[in-house]
Each structure stands twice: as structure tokens, then as C-alpha cells.
Design a protein around this ligand. Structure first.
Ligand SMILES: [Zn+2]
Length: 369
């Protein structure tokens, strides 16, 4: 029996839409269910405007909003926490948006920083154990996800249009895409490319058409299978396919993912609480009329629940989504599977030639009765 929510959170953990096959991601809104608390918080901030001068305030706010949106990377999705949006805007965006003249500079992660910082697609968050060891209790740094920079124009001499072969131009960074891995979620960051000198077609960096046009050793580095607004890592896809061959379908994989994701959350929460506990060990207090609460003269924020949007933002996709993604990947390999079957030697074929014909004496009995 799979519980709809883990025992330590009041929010459901599988809240993803079905896969429709459309690769649209322009809005950045992945369509997940929205917790009520977040909407209430946003509405409360605009509830104090009086009727007088309201239209003027709105017009000014609209202009400010346009300026902010124009300067921002992408519009904040409803399901993305403020701290994560700030992280993308202030840390990740400058990494991919640095220019030297009219050209974008290769991100530091793509450069060879020597033995201690080899080139990588990944931007890893700092390991929080080091800050906890210094008693710096920053929960946001414990929530940070990994980021995957998929910038194929740095990996080939000229990135060409898959349709007409003309060079593609960069057309702005796309909103990050959340991908579910085995025990956490990470985000893919890529560019939108435009064939200005050729067929005037736009390609997202993660579109299958563009991926298929890349050299195989580049294409195989892409870590995920995408749906319309989400995606699963190759590890999860492999788990689904292998599990399906050994009597563990999407329901079992969903239980596995829920267990792994919440286990990671539990470990981080334990580290946080243990670091707080260490702060109070060995202290002496005035014991007259003291209670357990006298230990806590300094207040620490709660680590939060697994599914809190403004906290850990834990997420596990539904069984239905996992099943649809598994079917999508299997159907994608249909032509290869048919070709493999056609290449099999005749002694490896299992032919059912029973023809399901009734024995002759049974046909006689049926005709005479
Ligand atoms: Zn083209």
C-alpha cells in the first residue's frame, strides 16, 4: 500500500501533469498543482490597495513588472520557490549570460579548471557539511539542486540547423526544466536556437530533433528524457525499463522513488538538527524554574516538510506519469526492436504453429449435436 503522502508532510508528493508529447516550455509554468498557502501569500500582498489611485498604482506596477520581466531570465513559475528563483536569477543566469564583445563566454563549468575543477556539464551546490561544521545553519543552501548546463554550441565547431544545415543562432536561454532523478530533482538549462539564415525554424536545445543531429558522443551525454513540461533522468528511465522486465511496474518504481527522495530529505534534516543539537551540548543554564524551552534561547527556523514549496520542494511524479514515460521510451525504440527481431537467426525464433484448430472428433460431435 502506497501512502498518498509521507508521514511527515501534509502535502501530496506526486503532483505532475500527464505527458502530452508537446515540447512547449515557453511559459516556464510546469502545470503542477499549486499549494494553497502560496496563493494566499501572494494575494495578501496586494490586498491593501485602496480604490483611490488604484489604476495609477496598477499602471506603475505594470510598467515595473514589464521592466522586471524584460530584465529577468524567465517568469517565476507558480510551483517554484522564491529562493530557487533567486538562485537562478542571481547565480545561474550570470554564468551563462556573460559576454565578451558580442559573443557569449564559455561558462566556467565548461572550462578546464585543472584537477580540482575538471570540465563538467554540472554545477553542484556546495556540500552543506562544511557550513554545518562551522555552525552556519543556512537551510537554503541545503535545498539547492544540481544544475545541468546543456550548451551544445560549445561542443561542436558549428551548431547547424537539423533541417537545412545552416548555422544556428542563439535566441535566449530557456526556462530551466525540472528533471526527476533517483533521489532528488535537478534542473537542465539550455538555449533556444534560431535558424535565421535558413529555414527560420526555432529549436530548443533539448529538442529531440536537435539532439539527433549532434555527434553520438555528445548526444549520449544528455541526461534525461523530457515530456511536455517535465522529465525523467536516464537513471529513472533505466529503472522503469529494467523493473518492468522483472515484475516491478510503474507502481513499484513510484514507491522506490518516494522512498529514495524522502530518505535524502530525512538525511539533510537529520544533519540540520544534529548541528543545532551540537550548539547546545555542554552549555550550562540557570536551573531555577527552568524548562526544556530554556535551552532554546536562540530560535532556529524549522527545516520544513518534504513538499513545502518555499522549503525543500520535494517532488515525486505519479504512477500514471511514470507509465506514460516508460511507454514513450519503449515506443521510440520500436523500429530498432523490429530490426533486431528481423536479424535473429531462424533457430532463435519461437513460432506458435498450433493454429488453434479444434480436434477433428470434437468438430464431428459439435456438428451432430
Ligand atoms: Zn534551418
Amino acid at each position: 500500500m502506497v501512502l498518498s503522502e509521507p508521514f511527515f508532510t501534509h502535502l501530496a508528493t506526486y503532483t505532475i501533469e500527464s505527458d502530452s508529447g508537446d515540447d512547449s516550455a515557453s511559459s516556464g509554468d510546469d502545470g503542477d498543482e499549486v499549494p494553497v498557502a502560496r496563493n494566499d501569500r501572494k494575494s495578501s500582498t496586494t490586498a491593501h490597495d485602496g480604490p483611490k489611485g488604484k489604476s495609477q498604482h496598477l499602471s506603475i506596477a505594470y510598467i515595473v513588472l514589464i521592466c522586471v520581466v524584460a530584465s529577468a531570465w524567465f517568469k517565476q513559475p507558480r510551483t517554484m520557490s522564491d529562493w530557487l528563483y533567486t538562485y537562478f536569477r542571481e547565480v545561474i543566469h550570470p554564468m551563462i549570460n556573460q559576454k565578451s564583445g558580442s559573443n557569449f563566454v564559455r561558462p566556467a563549468a565548461y572550462g578546464d579548471g585543472g584537477v580540482h575543477a575538471p570540465p563538467s556539464f554540472w554545477v553542484h551546490p556546495p556540500d552543506t557539511t562544511f557550513s554545518l561544521a562551522c555552525h552556519r545553519l543556512n537551510m537554503t543552501s541545503m535545498y539547492l539542486p544540481r544544475i545541468f548546463f546543456w550548451l551544445p554550441h560549445f561542443l561542436v565547431t558549428v551548431l547547424c540547423c537539423p533541417c537545412c544545415g545552416k548555422p544556428l543562432e542563439k535566441n535566449g536561454a530557456l526556462p530551466p526544466r525540472r528533471i526527476t532523478d533517483m533521489d532528488h530533482s535537478f534542473y537542465i538549462v539550455t538555449w533556444d536556437y534560431f535558424c535565421r539564415s535558413g529555414c527560420k525554424t526555432s529549436f530548443r536545445g533539448w529538442s529531440q530533433h536537435l539532439l539527433d543531429s549532434l555527434p553520438a558522443y555528445v548526444r549520449l551525454s544528455f541526461p534525461a528524457i523530457l515530456s511536455r513540461k517535465g522529465g525523467l533522468s536516464n537513471n529513472v528511465i533505466s529503472q522503469l525499463r529494467v523493473g518492468n522486465q522483472h515484475k516491478m511496474g510503474p507502481q513499484g518504481v513510484h514507491s522506490l522513488l518516494l522512498e529514495m527522495h524522502t530518505l535524502r530529505f530525512n538525511k539533510l534534516q537529520t544533519q540540520y538538527l544534529e548541528a543545532i543539537f551540537e550548539l547546545y551540548q555542554g552549555r550550562t543554564f540557570d536551573t531555577s524554574q527552568s524548562t526544556i524551552h530554556s535551552y532554546f534561547d536562540q530560535k532556529f527556523p524549522s527545516f520544513g516538510n518534504f513538499g513545502d514549496i518555499d522549503g525543500y520542494s520535494g517532488f515525486v511524479p505519479s504512477e500514471r506519469y511514470l507509465a506514460s514515460m516508460m511507454n514513450k521510451v519503449i515506443e521510440r525504440d520500436e523500429a530498432d526492436a523490429n530490426q533486431h527481431t528481423a536479424c535473429l537467426a531462424i533457430d532463435q525464433l519461437a513460432i506458435d504453429d498450433s493454429h488453434k484448430v479444434c480436434p477433428f472428433h470434437l468438430q464431428i460431435q459439435q456438428n451432430t449435436s
